[in-house]
Write a new protein. Structure first.
Length: 270
């Protein structure tokens, strides 16, 4: 079975569960465009991973958090994230630099684009980010200590903060779950937000990467105010009014072009 396709279906189910308390299983084949047995296998996989509860032909989310596991986020807006990663990496000059790079699905695409750079020292708390950076054995990679956070497969806590505070970064590139002119940059996780905040504080040049579904969203954990970041790299599906408001704060908004045939996946605010 194509796991990317399954991940997309699971992501769709979880998104629907953020919009309503429960779903009827019998309706899911039509919603997802697959057979009943395929839906049952997907639900069994979700239950095994602790994502849902099943009872009497209905399913409900197993936890209140709207944050998806990073393995599922990778299957959302993939083309937008790939192009955002490539553009964001091009903003890092070709000379010896020290860079902070967060975990997360969009930062992973930045890592793919930077992996061949032998002039970079990259410090990251993202376990997946580190793996992607080391594939080509070019960049010097430093991984922070800390406690692993399963949803994002990154490291958080005091050891991670201490590692980051021991550096001064030329650039920091971090992701965001929400970007709002009033609320600034936010995340679902307070632990993850603290790590990204330290990365930005320790950097001379600060960049946030986020697909357009994150614009206008606000989540519980504050990372930074709008005026503490220099550049946001997002995609051309971004709401034009929101882009104008963000630019009005002095934020440099860089939009990568996405083909009209590629429709972005969007989630409602939690």
């Amino acid at each position: 079975m194509n796991e990317a396709t399954r991940d997309t279906r699971i992501s769709t189910i979880l998104t629907l569960l953020t919009q309503r308390a429960e779903l009827q299983v019998r309706l899911l084949p039509a919603v997802l465009g697959v057979s009943g047995p395929t839906v049952r296998r997907d639900l069994a996989a979700m239950e095994e991973r602790g994502l849902i509860r099943r009872s009497y032909g209905r399913i409900a989310a197993a936890r209140r958090s709207a944050e998806l596991p990073v393995s599922l986020r990778r299957s959302q807006n993939t083309e937008a994230k790939r192009r955002i990663g490539a553009l964001a990496s091009s903003l890092v000059p070709s000379r010896p630099l020290t860079l902070a790079l967060s975990g997360g699905s969009t930062a992973g695409f930045v890592a793919r684009s930077l992996a061949g750079r032998s002039d970079l020292t990259v410090v990251t708390n993202g376990l997946d980010t580190a793996t992607l950076l080391t594939e080509r054995q070019a960049a010097k990679v430093v991984v922070t200590g800390g406690t692993a956070r399963p949803l994002s497969n990154d490291l958080v806590g005091r050891p991670a903060e201490r590692t980051l505070r021991s550096y001064r970064f030329d650039y920091a590139i971090v992701g965001a779950d929400g970007i709002s002119p009033a609320a600034g940059f936010t995340q679902y996780s307070s632990e993850g937000a603290e790590i990204d905040r330290v990365m930005l504080e320790q950097a001379t040049r600060r960049i946030v990467v986020a697909d357009s579904s994150k614009l206008g969203q606000v989540h519980r954990a504050k990372v930074a105010d709008i005026d503490s970041v220099h550049t946001v790299v997002t995609d051309s599906y971004a709401n034009t009014d929101m882009v104008a408001k963000l630019r009005g704060t002095g934020l440099d908004m860089v939009l990568v072009a996405i083909p009209s045939s590629v429709r972005p996946h969007r989630r409602r605010s939690s």
